[in-house]
Design a protein around this ligand. Structure first.
Ligand SMILES: Nc1ncnc2c1ncn2[C@@H]1O[C@H](COP(=O)(O)OP(=O)(O)OP(=O)(O)O)[C@@H](O)[C@H]1O
Ligand SMILES: [Mg+2]
Length: 455
């Protein structure tokens, strides 16, 4: 499975982040453990103090009760003190918090029962009171010992724990940070090398295409990321280029063939027919009048046939284009075929800078044929009273326009002959843009072709 560019870019930071989060969790866990122990130490401390207070209250209560029993007198302030001491004893026992071994031993509740038996309000017997105090204090002492032992043990463990914790945390943090940096670096280098490798491949393909080597680069089977999209676009671009170049070659071949036919017609048929015409004219001078008139008619027919043949030849390959260039060839066509009172009036504009441009023959021919078809369409379909044909230089572009004031191309006309299609195909073959817009006259169509002159 291949991961996408976006995922690859995110891989390194995600790994580093995951490691840092794991480090944080580890530290949190360690401190939580420590906090537990701290809480236990606090509980033991409270219990220890409560035990000492209980013992002190019990001792003073015992002494006071004993002296009261001895004298047989109970002053009201003594009674108040007894009640206060008993209250303190109970409060202290109440504050005891069971920990570790004391949790389920029941010693604390036993202590409370003993204390309740000692309630001075119940005026217990002196002998029993002494015994109860002895048991209570013995119990308190045992608990105090247990608490003390536990307290010491815990203090020791706590100190060790803190030392260990500091060492462990420092070591683990160090290891995790180094690991995160190394892993981040490694992944970044690995990922960027992979991405750069793919970009390099694409750039090589693009460079090969730019150099004219049109071997079709591989297209990805599935689009997973932006680079796959780019690879597919390069592949499609190459296919299209191969097609365009194919069309261009085909066009070039066809033009060459037309030129050859035009030359053959000129050198062979035209020469033969011209010889025939000369023969007829010679014959006419010596022939009797009757025959001479017929010969004259024949000679006129032959001249018309010759003019038609010249037209066909010119259509096949406009010689003016080779001799005078694009502008002059279009102008010659207009003068020969469109300067007629029955046809709409035309205006031809040729930018003088055009003659300085060195357009290759195939481009000139293509532009010429497009202009002829556009003019033909104006005459056939536009019902215009005038039209303009122009060749201009605009910035780095050659702009050729045929603009009429006719009825305009109807949007919902469903007939499309070969003319418009040929114009599009021809324009595409030489890399020009062609469009049909509303004309700048009040109505009509403007065909505009733009050819970039800088490659
Ligand atoms: N300048 C124009 N003004 C008005 N309509 C036009 C103009 N140019 C083309 N059209 C319309 O577009 C249609 C298609 O033109 P296209 O050149 O493709 O075919 P065509 O001229 O009818 O036939 P072909 O060019 O194959 O001899 C025409 O039939 C016409 O309706
Ligand atoms: Mg047409």
């Amino acid at each position: 499975m291949r991961i996408t560019v976006k995922q690859q870019v995110l891989l390194a930071p995600a790994t580093v982040l995951t490691l840092l989060v794991m480090l944080l969790i580890f530290m949190q866990y360690t401190y939580w453990n420590l906090a537990q122990k701290r809480h236990e130490a606090k509980v033991i401390g409270t219990t220890f103090i409560a035990l000492a207070e209980a013992d002190m209250a019990a001792r003073r209560l015992h002494l006071l009760l004993r002296s009261m029993q001895h004298t047989g007198m109970a002053a009201p302030e003594d009674m108040a003190l007894v009640a206060d001491l008993y209250e303190r004893l109970l409060t202290a026992i109440d504050r005891l918090e069971p920990f570790g071994p004391l949790k389920d031993s029941g010693q604390i509740s036993q202590l409370m029962t003993l204390a309740e038996h000692l309630n001075p309000a119940n005026s217990p017997e002196p002998g029993k009171t002494a015994e109860l105090f002895a048991r209570l204090r013995a119990e308190l002492s045992t608990l105090s010992n247990i608490t003390q032992i536990h307290r010491n043990k815990l203090r020791l463990v706590h100190e060790q724990d803190i030392n260990q914790l500091v060492e462990r945390t420092a070591a683990v943090s160090m290891i995790v940070l180094i690991l995160a940096i190394l892993l981040g670096l490694f992944i970044s280098i690995y990922v960027s090398r992979r991405i750069l490798g793919r970009i390099q491949g694409l750039s090589n393909n693009a460079a090969r295409i730019a150099d004219g080597k049109l071997d079709l680069p591989d297209a990805p089977e599935r689009i997973r990321d932006e680079l796959d999209t780019l690879a597919l676009s390069i592949n499609r671009m190459t296919k299209r280029l191969i097609q365009v170049i194919g069309t261009e070659k085909l066009l070039e071949g066809a033009e060459e063939e037309r030129r050859r036919i035009a030359m053959d017609l000129h050198d062979q048929s035209l020469a033969d027919l011209s010889a025939l015409l000369r023969g007829l004219q010679n014959l006419k001078t010596t022939a009797p009048d009757e025959v001479a008139t017929q010969l004259e008619t024949l000679a006129q027919d032959l001249e018309r046939a010759l003019a038609n043949l010249r037209d066909i030849m010119n259509n096949l390959h406009p010689q003016t284009l080779d001799i005078l260039g694009l502008g002059a060839a279009i102008e010659a066509h207009l003068e020969q075929h469109c300067a007629n009172h029955e046809l709409p009036e035309y205006h031809f504009y040729l930018d003088p800078r055009i003659s300085a441009i060195n357009l290759d023959r195939i481009k000139q021919l293509t532009l010429y044929r497009i202009a002829i078809e556009a003019i033909q369409n104006v005459l056939k379909h536009a019902s215009a009273s005038r039209y303009e044909v122009s060749l201009e230089l605009r910035a780095e572009n050659l702009v050729m326009a045929v603009e009429d004031n006719g009825k305009g191309i109807s949007r919902n006309q469903n007939h499309e002959g070969r003319g418009l299609n040929n114009i599009r195909e021809r324009a595409r073959a030489i890399g020009a843009d062609v469009s049909w817009k509303p004309s700048r006259f009040s109505s009509g169509t403007r065909l505009e072709l733009t050819l970039k002159l800088t490659e």
